[in-house]
Ligand binder design. Sequence first.
Ligand code: GZL
Length: 326
Amino acid sequence: MTLLTRRTALLAATAALALGTNPALAQGLPPLKAKQTYKVGFAQTESNNPWRIAQTQSMQDQAKKEGWQLVYTDAAGSAAKQVSDVNSMIAQKVDLIFLAPREEKPLIPAVMAAKKAGIPVILLDRSVDPSLAKPGVDYVTFIGSDFVDEGKRAAEALIKATNGKATIIELEGTTGSSPANDRKKGFDERVKAESGMKIVASQSGDFARDKGRQVAETLLQAHPDATAIYAHNDEMAMGAIAALEAAGKKPGKDVIIVSIDGTRDALQAIVDGKLLATVECNPKFGPKAFETAKRYAKGEKIEPWVVNTDRFFDASNAKQLITDAY
Ligand code: GZL
């Protein structure tokens, strides 16, 4: 984790904005000229889970609604390919790029190349290392959830359900991604304050269901005394449920699982008593992403972090909310 945490950088930029200095203009951030319609890029990380598919669908639906041309790319899980995807959008001279940087550091060159080419970038869902690129200076803004808070809320739910006593396996998201870094930070810091809560193992399942199952299988064998699993996303939580059942254990009884996202499968697992809870991370970025671009085109000062608020799903509300889930 860099010295200058993402939140500190964003709070500093917010303070600057509040003083009326628009860092965007002062720092030469490329403008978005007011036009009837735009040709915009959306550089997606991969399409290997319902969350990513829902995010892409939301962006494509909004582009259609606005009548804008959308240049869509899928990096298939490769940060290097995502950089070249952005470079191809620059070559196509798009007006603006929506980017979900797969990992915090490797996408910095893409953000800087777009700025140099005079194309504004809006970060969606994931952010970049704040010591290497800043909102209002190198890109317009970051639109996304507070991942540290998501991790903290997952920890609170687990502490409550286990009366502050658990031996925990942690399934981390994509190594180097901002959600993985911050969901770990939020959860681990909160759990550390509870003497009866112990994280005995923590390993990446890359936000993927099958990888999550494999890692859960290995860690459960190494730690048969585990009584809880914290998964950075629902796909890995579903993998962990499969691993537990394959080992003859009862998810939700022998091992309590808590997660993040709010997918349909996760809400069903809550209804079935296999998953304790999931903190929402809403993937439907389309409306807010395009609205923010229009605000920027009108010359509005855009806050450095456009925060998505997250609901919380557990046995009290999963059944009635499952119809809206993706
Ligand atoms: C979070 C997003 C994460 C989801 C995962 O904003 O980047 O990526 O939580 C997805 O399900 O793969």
